[in-house]
Ligand binder design. Sequence first.
Ligand code: HEM
Length: 126
Amino acid sequence: MDPLSQIYKLIGSEEPYFRLVDEFYAGVEESFVLRPLYPEKLDNAKRSLALFLIQRTGGRTTYSDEKGHPRMRARHMPFAIGQAERDAWIVCMNKALDNTPEFVPVRKDLDAFFDHFATFMINKAN
Ligand code: HEM
């Protein structure tokens, strides 16, 4: 069984996901590496990431209902993502997870997922 798809049930509600994403984007706002990649207003990016994570972990499927198949690698192609951007993303996500205690029990699975997925998003040599 895919352990990721069990996470939503364990977390039990969407509120911690939206808090996690707020924390994550607070880190992006401070990052000299990541901030220039994102649009000025982060509202849409926040909502998309929260809905994607909710869906991927077994919650409602609004992300794909609205946008179709995630095609995450293709969606990231317009942004130049090298090792430095990947590492900065992971630093922001780890900090956000550290600040969102609800995710402690599922941290091992989430860390493995983000680690792998962020590497998969790399689309340029440094
Ligand atoms: C590896 C470093 C990464 C960088 C530099 C990066 C950067 C970006 C940027 C610039 C956007 C566009 C935001 C916007 O236009 O509003 C975006 C969108 C998004 N990213 Fe990433 N990303 C990374 C990794 C990841 C990972 C690992 C995930 C999920 C685990 C993820 C999930 C998403 C989602 C769901 C969207 C919204 C896509 C859409 O629906 O249009 N990203 N990302």
